[in-house]
Design a protein around this ligand. Structure first.
Ligand SMILES: [Fe+2]
Length: 208
């Protein structure tokens, strides 16, 4: 008699919201042109990351609430947004909560992850991306899975406006180059598990 067991699995969540994305496009574009970027506060080591600071509008709060509810429904885990960018801890390298990314022609995003390098317990534990302007051929979101380093695998998620992807923040991912002549825009968010919950018991456990 033999038993098949699962050593590890990495589930992610894909869905669609029903947002009027125009106000979000307008805000990201405005901030982009204002040059309100904050590389210096960016916890990512990847210099290609072009995080744009956004206003925490009612709509963004609503999107965050919807994503939190979707994650709870899918995995029965409570998550909350990471710290706002003005929090002093963010400047120490902890993950921040929301930002925008604009990819111009030929720009993509190099492979990266979202977790904090100096204290994983503070998050990010769950990362999310939400597409607000993704013209044809403006780049695909791709997970890079290399559990077996000799047989790495790329998993492609094609972008659609209003589509969200939520995933373990430590999962490497990248975005292919924007081959269109229009801008590609997304909003990203970082979440952490609720305080008091051991993140090390929160994994997508097979014991449930
Ligand atoms: Fe990312």
């Amino acid at each position: 008699m033999a038993e098949v067991k699962i050593l590890t699995k990495n589930e992610y969540l894909v869905g669609h919201l029903n947002e009027d994305v125009q106000p979000l496009v307008d805000m990201v574009l405005e901030k982009y042109h204002e040059g309100k970027k904050f590389y210096e506060h960016c916890p990512f080591s990847d210099p290609e990351d072009r995080a744009i600071a956004l206003d925490f509008s009612t709509q963004i709060q609503s999107i965050a609430d919807q994503l939190i509810a979707e994650w709870k429904k899918a995995f029965d885990q409570d998550i909350v947004l990471c710290k706002p960018m003005h929090d002093p801890n963010v400047r120490k390298g902890h993950a921040y909560e929301i930002w925008g990314i604009v990819n111009e022609h030929n720009q993509g995003l190099q492979k990266h992850t979202h977790e904090s390098k100096n204290n994983y317990e503070l998050g990010a534990h769950v990362a999310a991306t939400f597409a607000i302007k993704v013209p044809e051929n403006s780049g695909n979101f791709i997970f890079h899975v290399d559990q077996n380093p000799y047989i790495p695998k790329n998993v492609i998620e094609k972008p659609e406006v209003n589509k969200f992807i939520m995933f373990d923040a430590t999962t490497p991912h990248f975005v292919t180059a924007n081959q269109s002549d229009e801008l590609r825009m997304i909003i990203s968010m970082n979440f952490r598990f609720e305080k008091g919950t051991s993140v090390f018991q929160q994994g997508h456990s097979d014991q449930n």
